[in-house]
Design a protein around this ligand. Structure first.
Ligand SMILES: [Zn+2]
Length: 277
């Protein structure tokens, strides 16, 4: 499942290739995603120029002239590719190309999603703060609001595992299983520790590790597990930089101790029993 770094690198690529283009036509071949794609999709965005592309948590916000913004979430297996004449559809099965946006230069933006857990909906820019999907989200992990003090206060008195708190979208938005594991490894904190027992010094290390891990992953265009592809259809390269995720039974890159796996909140978690206290 794509996490924040995948969506942020996708956003950067799409911003470079899409901003300034006008949407000429939309074609919804399959409206049944997580929620049905509205029949009004075309009437709200066709004929409008793409002004900017932002991101909030794992949502892409594609803003068009006229005050509308299209919210896109890739769900489990979605991809958004910008296809010119030379695009190689290699891994994309055309039967999962559910929504297409034809642009004024002849290129096409294609939403492909085999499992159909994604979301596409259009809202007014003015009401973006009240959208159900966004209104309960905590701060962005790369924003200054996500500080040591903020995370320290958010975890006091909490008995839940620190890893589950890092993945709680109301505490911090956009961190999922892969990056939570990597952040905890870099900070030297065991994923199973009760949130309220994490010290101030460890909290500071967690915030710093969050910034480092996410920046590195964005620079590598994210991690590719299964189906994630960027806007040109290419996989991300961060998988080779993962230090602990999916490495159960392999030696720790720092100390050589074998990495342990444990299930937390129905998700596999990985840690070094020596480096992570
Ligand atoms: Zn170790």
């Amino acid at each position: 499942m794509p996490e924040l770094p995948e969506i942020e690198s996708l956003r950067q690529m799409l911003a470079r290739s899409l901003v300034g283009r006008t949407i000429r036509h939309t074609m919804v071949k399959e409206a049944r995603l997580r929620r049905s794609v509205s029949a009004e999709l075309a009437s709200t965005i066709v004929g409008h120029r793409i002004e900017r592309i932002e991101r909030r948590a794992k949502y892409l916000l594609i803003e068009v002239a006229g005050g509308q913004v299209m919210l896109v979430h890739l769900g489990m297996s979605g991809s958004l590719t910008h296809r010119g004449r030379d695009f190689d559809p290699g891994p994309f099965d055309p039967k999962h190309d559910h929504v297409e946006f034809a642009l004024d230069d002849g290129s096409v933006l294609v939403y492909n999603d085999p499992r159909r857990f994604g979301l596409i909906k259009v809202v007014a820019v003015a009401s973006i703060g009240e959208v159900d999907e966004l209104k309960h989200l905590g701060p962005e992990p790369l924003a200054s609001e996500f500080s040591t003090n903020y995370l320290w206060l958010a975890t006091r008195g909490r008995t839940a595992a620190i890893k589950n708190l890092l993945m709680d979208q109301g505490i911090v938005a956009g961190i999922g299983n892969i990056y939570a594991s990597e952040i905890l490894f870099r900070a030297g904190v065991r994923p199973t520790r009760r949130g309220g027992k994490v010290t101030r010094a460890e909290t500071s290390r967690l915030v710093r590790a969050t910034e480092q891990v996410l920046h590195e992953a964005i620079g590598s265009r994210g991690t590719t597990f299964r189906s994630y592809r960027d806007s040109r259809g290419q996989p991300g390269r961060f998988a080779q930089s993962l230090r602990v995720y999916d490495r159960a039974g392999l030696p720790c890159v720092k100390c050589g101790t074998l990495i342990h796996a444990v299930t937390l909140g129905q998700r596999s978690s990985f840690y070094c029993p020596r480096c992570q206290k």
